[in-house]
Design a protein around this ligand. Structure first.
Ligand SMILES: [Ca+2]
Ligand SMILES: [Ca+2]
Ligand SMILES: [Ca+2]
Ligand SMILES: [Ca+2]
Length: 307
């Protein structure tokens, strides 16, 4: 009879039966989350269709703290949930928005229906930093793999010997023409076999320090503007290409510096909550997902050593 009543109840509208305790909540959220807060950090995620939110308040951390990776480009931290670091489940009578969080004055009409806080359990935060030169060539193809371990980070190739490894070097051959401007023509299907090789010497332009094979290094073909950029030196406009691609122009204007490099930084922040203790939720472990935030994308200047 009890079972029958339960099934009957389940078959009716939830609003009829859910007095706040009868049904257990199943957590159903996207695998991404957002963050806010200045002096302390709040991770949160919103399910608009069910009008629910989850949040983790981390009073001892800032976004800057969790982007502070070690020499292995890694940050890890496990924090105990407590009243100061709380995991919070809420449901609302309206669609929740981002301004429900981190505002000194939250919207007056929150319409909170359920508000449960887990002050026991743990949250594990992990950040991985991946750096890249954004030069159109996948990292795994920017290493000669002489050590045979398929890891571009060990014994990395540095074609131009400027101290910046090829997978981080936006000008791999150090000719002051960015790799993206050297006709890489990479496709997933064909790899790099269609890379431009102007002088046909078997070395693609992006790795060839003398692209037209006229005996003058590309970086030294700065006949008009001496600005660490051989692409704007065009002695013969009728030829249609800059001097570094014109083997009939071979005047030497010696370069004295490499152009500065920009290295892209992508932080992947993930959070895992375990040993959750909430009245309505039996689930004890929750993969909180991946942080989506402009702060996870950054760049730094690479200074190549001129040689
Ligand atoms: Ca490169
Ligand atoms: Ca180059
Ligand atoms: Ca070549
Ligand atoms: Ca030339």
């Amino acid at each position: 009879m009890r079972k029958f009543l339960y099934i009957l109840c389940f078959g009716l509208l939830l609003t009829t039966c859910d007095d706040g305790d009868i049904f257990e909540v199943t957590l159903d959220f996207e695998d991404t989350f957002e963050q806010c807060g200045n002096s302390s950090l709040v991770f949160y995620k919103i399910n608009e269709s069910t009008s629910e939110t989850l949040s983790i308040q981390l009073t001892t951390l800032t976004l800057e703290d969790i982007l502070e990776v070690d020499d292995d480009n890694l940050y890890e931290n496990t924090l105990s949930l407590a009243s100061s670091n709380a995991f919070n489940y809420r449901s609302y009578g309206r669609i929740p928005t981002s301004n429900f969080f981190c505002n000194d004055i939250p919207p007056s009409d929150l319409q909170i229906e359920k508000d449960e806080v887990s002050i026991s359990g743990e949250v594990y935060i992990k950040t991985i930093l991946v750096e890249d030169d954004n030069d159109g060539i996948p990292t795994e193809l920017e290493d000669e793999n002489l050590d045979g371990d398929n890891d571009p980070d060990t014994n990395p190739t540095d074609t131009d010997g400027d101290g910046i490894y090829d997978y981080l070097d936006a000008d791999d051959d150090g000719d002051n023409v960015l790799t993206t401007s050297e006709g890489v023509n990479y496709t997933e299907e064909d790899g790099l076999i269609n890379a431009l090789d102007t002088d046909g010497d078997g070395i693609p332009n992006y790795l060839d320090k003398d692209d037209d094979g006229d005996g003058v290094d590309t970086r030294d073909e700065e006949n008009i503007n001496v600005n660490q950029n051989p692409t704007d030196d065009v002695t013969d406009p009728d030829f249609g290409e800059a001097d570094y691609l014109n083997d009939q122009v071979f005047t030497t204007v010696v370069a004295t510096a490499f152009r500065t490099h920009t290295i892209r930084m992508i932080y992947t922040v993930t959070a895992l909550v375990s040993e959750i203790s909430l009245p309505s939720i039996t689930q004890q472990t929750l993969d909180f997902g991946v942080l989506v935030d402009p702060g996870t994308l950054d760049s730094r200047v690479g200074t190549p050593i001129f040689n």
